[in-house]
Design a protein around this ligand. Structure first.
Ligand SMILES: [Zn+2]
Length: 135
């Protein structure tokens, strides 16, 4: 049986600094250069004050599970097989990321579980940020 590769994110001009960060083991977000709002996802203008000024800042990589599910039947054939989780992690700094939880017994996953980022290289360009229970 043939194998289909899982689709990976495709960096854009605006998200490229995020992916550069994950390759280096840093979780980053774009911060408004005027009001300080953390823009997630990255955007050309701030949704709060409409400023186009921005900088990239390193985040703590710590947060908590905001929500999660276990996918048993994916519509994409690359994900057919074992069930897997999809989680929304609310970072300590505020942004919420869609991700997967790793190194965790599914029976202990709960809303509010403290987690920390781990970096999972997929190829030379893409390193996915995933999360494990905090030490
Ligand atoms: Zn702003």
């Amino acid at each position: 049986m043939f194998k289909i590769d899982k689709p990976l994110p495709m960096p854009t001009e605006e998200s490229a600094p995020f992916w550069e960060g994950t390759r280096r083991g840093e979780l980053r977000a774009q911060r408004c250069g005027d009001c300080g709002h953390l823009r997630w996802p990255p955007a050309a203008t701030c949704p709060i004050c409409l400023s186009s000024r921005q900088e990239w800042v390193r985040l703590s990589g710590r947060g908590k599970v905001y929500s999660w599910i276990v996918v048993h039947k994916s519509q994409h054939p690359a994900f057919w097989g074992d069930p897997f989780n999809v989680a929304i992690v609310e970072l300590d700094e505020g942004p919420r990321l869609h991700t997967n939880l790793v190194d965790v017994d599914p029976s202990v996953i709960r809303i509010g579980l403290p987690v920390e980022v781990v970096f999972d290289p997929q190829n030379d360009e893409i390193t996915l940020p995933r999360f494990k229970p905090a030490a």
